[in-house]
Design a protein around this ligand. Structure first.
Ligand code: 0RA
Length: 656
């Protein structure tokens, strides 16, 4: 502790501050989600969010983020600078209060859209408390003011350290190694988010520089087109149905709504929704409003202009699903007091937002289509095609349903089912290939573990229309084995009709994807994740989908053998075996495929509930898998392989 501070009597405020910081350090996950990679990167977002707020208030045009050589991160903006005058209640410079008092951000609320209770917006003091060291420099009133901290505690009073012509805020922090599992920032994670922020807040320049190495990367994100540019970016690999992007931007009323959308040649939709710049992956009331408005506006436009031309005896109603086929859309709203719900607190709950978004988007789309009738015509034509294929799909689904209803042999022939009938205890292994399937079948606990070997190609759910998807043998087997049906159209509230997919009927409460640890394996895993994400998201939401984690190596010494699940572990095992005798022969076998293990080994390493590690698939990771495939569309096979190899890593990032 510095002299100045030691000489001071501890005031009630000081004690309050220390208790606050202590609480953060004791339960960091409560404030930043977790202490893994995600939580670590969250620190940067937290700091950047403050600068974004300043930009949204109209005072800041540029934000610079730097990964420094020493492992710290600097975030600098050209805003007004955090105020430095003495805070009346705390009797300290306002900047010190912001940096050290939990939730002090609110006291300086500029009436903008601060996020309360959501993922972000916990305040920069949380970052400070979780940093080995941190400093802030404020350029304001012609001076540079500086203060330094260690694990959230000021090391000196706020000092003047120079003169300044301009204004701005610069903070630098070094995350605490004792709190975080890892303190290595990943360029790609931060750059993706900064790019997103630059799209969502058009015109703001956000720079990112990696100065940790000589040839470090750098980016400058600044998008005049905002959400339109975002749609173009997401659409990069698709052929657009129309060039011009449909935009809605209505600032009036309590809830500013911004929407950009375009149709492409794909069959799924890609609707990203944001509330106060936070990606609401679980959707919510703004998404409901958008979906309802889209369907109504399109149908209204179609009937007004007599665009639904049917063949004789054909009856077609265009549903929301038809208007979402091939749709890329961004919905961004600002809500003063957002209520976040759902598993990951990324679902907007504010009821009034639905009506606002619905009204604004309905009017906006209708206006656009009236001014661009040729685009309207193309969209309605595409929706008609979608409706016709939906009807074909319904017939295919009926066929599957009828097949399964035909008495005893309802389950797929290649399924080796388990004997237990209580889904809670039952597991289904989706296994790549017949030989691994055979080993799994022999090695399993047949009471609770069912095996479904996947022989043929699993179709890419990202690329195929539903009717085609349902004619794929592997997809059919999975659907019948799970026993919960398939599909059914959601209405704008996200509700399904009876008789379609029903989670209650699911025959297994653990569905485990078990693939080889090679490129083909990761390909199949991605295809399966994409299928579940696109077509049975309920299974992921329910927490029923898992990845098996087979070992990569067998390390043996005489009769002793151990398994390693990554290179690090392998090296540790070798080291341990060689500890007593440097010349000991250690055998290393790299498993390329599950088929190289005998049934006993497969059981012991990958299937035994007592010993195995399963990774639960999260919606985020599955979404990432689906995205991977979107990027693959249209590219050639070689490029595709390269892409898969480079992206196979995402599996490692899954939550355990
Ligand atoms: C409160 C009031 C004012 C500015 C800020 C906060 C501010 C905070 C941060 C955090 C990072 N960069 C920032 N820039 C500004 C404005 C007070 C005034 O000048 O009237």
């Amino acid at each position: 502790m510095s002299d100045t501070q030691a000489n001071k009597n501890y005031s009630a405020e000081n004690i309050k501050v220390l208790e606050g910081l202590e609480a953060v350090r004791k339960r960091p996950a409560m404030y930043i989600g977790d202490v893994g990679k995600r939580g670590l990167h969250h620190l940067v977002y937290e700091v950047v969010d403050n600068s974004i707020d300043e930009a949204l208030a109209g005072y800041c045009s540029r934000i610079i983020v730097v990964f420094n050589k020493d492992g710290s991160v600097t975030v600098e903006d050209n805003g007004r600078g955090i105020p430095v005058d003495i805070h009346k209640e705390e009797k300290k410079p306002a900047v010190e209060v912001v940096m050290t008092v939990l939730h002090a951000g609110g006291k300086f609320d500029k009436g903008s859209y601060k996020v309360s209770g959501g993922l972000h917006g916990v305040g920069v003091s949380v970052v400070n408390a979780l940093s080995e060291w941190m400093w802030v420099e404020v350029k304001r009133d012609g001076k540079v003011h500086r203060q330094e901290y260690k694990i959230g505690e000021p090391q000196t009073d706020l000092k003047t350290v120079g003169t300044a012509k301009k204004t701005g805020t610069k903070v630098c922090f070094y995350p605490d190694n004792n709190i975080f599992k890892t303190i290595g920032f990943e360029y790609d994670i931060i750059s993706e988010r900064l790019r997103e922020l630059a799209y969502l807040n058009k015109g703001i320049e956000i720079q990112l520089k990696d100065e940790r190495s000589e040839d470090g990367e750098s980016d400058v994100f600044k998008f005049k087109g905002g959400l339109s540019d975002f749609v173009k970016y997401l659409d990069e690999h698709n052929n657009p149905l129309h060039n011009k992007i449909i935009t809605v931007n209505r600032e009036d009323g309590e809830v500013p709504v911004e929407v950009a959308l375009r149709y492409g040649n794909t069959y799924n939709d890609n609707i990203l929704t944001f509330v106060n710049n936070i990606n609401t992956i679980e959707g919510g009331t703004h998404l409901s409003g958008f979906r309802s408005a889209l369907t109504r506006a399109m149908n209204n436009h179609a009937s007004k202009n007599n665009l639904i031309k049917t063949k004789k005896n054909e009856k077609i109603t265009l549903t929301g699903e038809d208007f979402r086929e091939g749709l890329t859309a961004i919905v961004s709203v600002k809500v003063a007091e957002p209520q976040f719900e759902g598993q990951t607190k990324t679902k907007l709950g504010n009821g009034d937002v639905k009506g606002v978004v619905d009204k604004v988007v309905y009017e906006g789309i209708l206006d656009f289509l009236e001014q661009n009738p040729s685009i309207g015509r193309k969209i309605i034509e595409k929706a008609l095609l979608a409706a016709r294929s939906r009807s074909a799909a319904r017939k295919a689904r009926e066929l599957i349903r009828r097949k399964s209803a035909l008495g005893g042999s309802s389950l797929p022939g290649k399924l080796s089912d388990c004997s237990n009938r209580d889904p809670v205890f039952c597991e289904l292994y989706l296994v790549e290939g017949d030989s691994a399937g055979g080993s799994a079948k022999q090695g399993r606990d047949r009471r609770t573990q069912a095996i479904l070997p996947l022989r043929g190609k699993v179709i890419n759910s990202e690329k195929a229309r539903v009717d085609k998807l349902l004619s794929n043998n592997e997809v059919q087997s999975i659907i019948t084995a799970l026993g919960a049906g398939f599909g059914g159209s959601e209405d704008e509230f996200g509700e399904k009709s009876p008789g379609d997919f029903d989670l209650e009927k699911l025959r297994y409460h653990k569905i485990i994807i078990m693939t080889d640890a090679d490129v083909d394996g990761s390909h199949i895993r991605t295809l399966l994740l994409t299928f579940f994400y696109r077509k049975m998201k309920e299974v992921i939401d329910g927490g029923y989908l898992y990845l098996a984690l087979p070992p990569l190596y067998r390390v043996s010494q005489g009769k002793k053998e151990s398994y390693a699940y990554d290179d690090n572990e392998r090296d540790l095992l070798i080291e341990r075996m060689k500890k007593d005798n440097k010349n000991t022969k250690v055998g290393i076998q790299r498993y390329k495929g599950l088929g190289e293990m005998n049934p006993g080994q497969l059981w012991e390493t990958t299937m035994d509930p007592e010993k195995r590690t399963l990774m639960k698939v999260t919606v985020e990771s599955a979404a990432e898998a689906a995205e991977t495939f979107q990027n693959l569309m249209g590219s050639d096979v070689e490029a595709r392989r390269g892409f898969i190899e480079r992206n196979a890593k995402f599996v490692v990032n899954l939550d355990v």
